[in-house]
Design a protein around this ligand. Structure first.
Ligand SMILES: Cc1ncc(COP(=O)(O)O)c(CN[C@](O)(C(=O)O)[C@@H](O)C(=O)O)c1O
Length: 399
């Protein structure tokens, strides 16, 4: 008998499977608005100027040594300043346990495994809907999942009342997964006032907030503004966890550059927590990749390169905002009698269009347009060259 004859083919990943289907399509006017990867107005991937400059500085000073289990100290330092603030007292007081992670996915997984190991009876509340892979991550970490209301299908906005009910009704001291900005897949974020109410309720209930911040700078174009939710929670004294990614906002997708941080009561606790995070990493991948961490460190620690990065990330955000306006206008000009206001109300990489799975299938089969079946449109794939074609197809399948 064969060893692996019983192994079944895995189901297609709901997001990465769309990319595979797109690549396999020979049609010349195919459009990929599936995976959340930024494209320029020619539909091409972008390597930022600040990254190119960092690469020039690295070239010739090759270093292939192991990083420590916790990763690059410099990259961690710069990541924490981005998330917690340049002059954060918490950083000065060394209260943040932080390790370099394998991008945002790795940061979430490291946290989930840490949560399981040190609070084995805890569970986690995950928003409806959320990034598909969140469910896989906490499932594989064997942390039971609960859900909480987030998106309101009728208004295509936030279901704040239902969300607050779920927060109030959850057992005290529950873990909640929160998207810091640019919620995936809905593009719907709480307002600043709503974040303040959420933070207050989390204090009342002593809930634990775990922020997944995969798009800092990508939502509004301003990393400081996109960290507002985290800053509100920190001002209110919450102990938080935070997953950071440099995949989108620095275009380092394949470099797998990210950071996991856990705010502790004091330095002694932070040292203990960091040492345990390293013990989880060691048998998983031992230590993280060096190159992406070097690029991030060089850009964020050099004032000229950092301001170039800020300009470029704002440019990416602005192009997407421009495409939101263009897509909405194009569909409205075709005489659609549906409301498409949500396309410009929503923020970040994605538009939650409200198209049904069947309508999405028609977009793919009849128009060679690729998006996830939940109707999510990666706005980064929309260009001045394809926005008219996309609008027409959306109108055709939704009228
Ligand atoms: C909320 C959220 N958190 C974490 C990640 C992980 O990203 P990384 O590990 O590369 O830093 C993504 C990326 N999600 C996608 O953009 C997407 O939803 O299309 C895509 O990259 C993916 O992996 O699915 C995300 O949307």
């Amino acid at each position: 008998a064969s060893w692996w004859g019983h192994v079944e083919p895995a189901a297609k990943d709901p997001i990465l499977g769309v990319t595979e289907a797109f690549l396999a399509d020979p049609s010349p006017n195919k459009v990929n608005v599936g995976v959340g990867a930024y494209r320029d107005d020619n539909g091409k991937p972008v390597v930022l100027e600040c990254v190119r400059e960092a690469e020039k500085r690295i070239a010739g000073n090759l270093n292939m040594e192991y990083l420590p289990m916790g990763g690059s100290i410099k990259m961690i330092e710069e990541s924490l300043k981005l998330a917690y603030g340049d002059d954060s007292e918490l950083i000065k007081d060394k209260r943040i346990a932080a390790v370099q992670a394998l991008s945002g996915t790795g940061a979430c997984r490291l946290f989930a495994d840490f949560q399981k190991r040190f609070l084995p009876d805890s569970q986690i509340y995950i928003p409806i809907p959320t990034w598909a892979n969140h469910h896989n991550i906490w499932r594989d970490a064997h942390v039971p999942q609960r859900t909480f209301h987030y998106y309101h299908p009728e208004t295509k906005g936030l279901d704040f009342a239902a969300m607050m009910d779920d927060i109030k009704n959850a057992p005290n001291g529950s873990f909640f997964l929160l998207h810091a900005c640019a919620h995936n897949p809905t593009g719907v974020d709480p307002s600043e006032d709503q974040w303040r109410e959420i933070s207050h309720q989390f204090k009342v209930k002593n809930h634990f907030p775990f922020f997944d911040m995969a798009y800092q700078g990508f939502a509004s174009g301003d990393p400081e503004r996109d960290a507002k939710a985290i800053r509100i929670f920190l001002e209110d004294g919450h102990m938080i966890g935070c997953a950071q990614s440099f995949a989108k906002n620095m275009g380092l997708y394949g470099q797998r550059a990210g950071c996991l941080s856990i705010l502790c009561e004091n330095e002694i606790q932070a040292v203990a927590v960091k040492s345990q995070l390293q013990q989880i990493a060691r048998p998983m991948y031992s230590n993280p990749p060096i190159h992406g961490a070097l690029v991030v460190s060089i850009i964020l620690s050099d004032s000229v390169l950092k301001s170039l990065w800020l300009k470029e990330v704002k440019g990416m955000a602005n192009r997407i905002i421009g495409m939101r306006n263009a897509l909405r206008e194009n569909i409205e000009n075709l005489g659609s009698n549906l409301s498409w206001e949500h396309i410009t109300n929503q923020i970040g990489m994605f538009c939650y269009s409200g198209l049904t799975p069947e309508q999405v299938d028609r977009l793919t089969n009849d128009f060679h347009i690729y998006m996830t079946r939940n109707g999510r449109i990666s706005m980064a794939g929309v260009t001045t060259g394809n926005v008219g074609y996309l609008a027409n197809a959306i109108h055709e399948v939704s009228k």
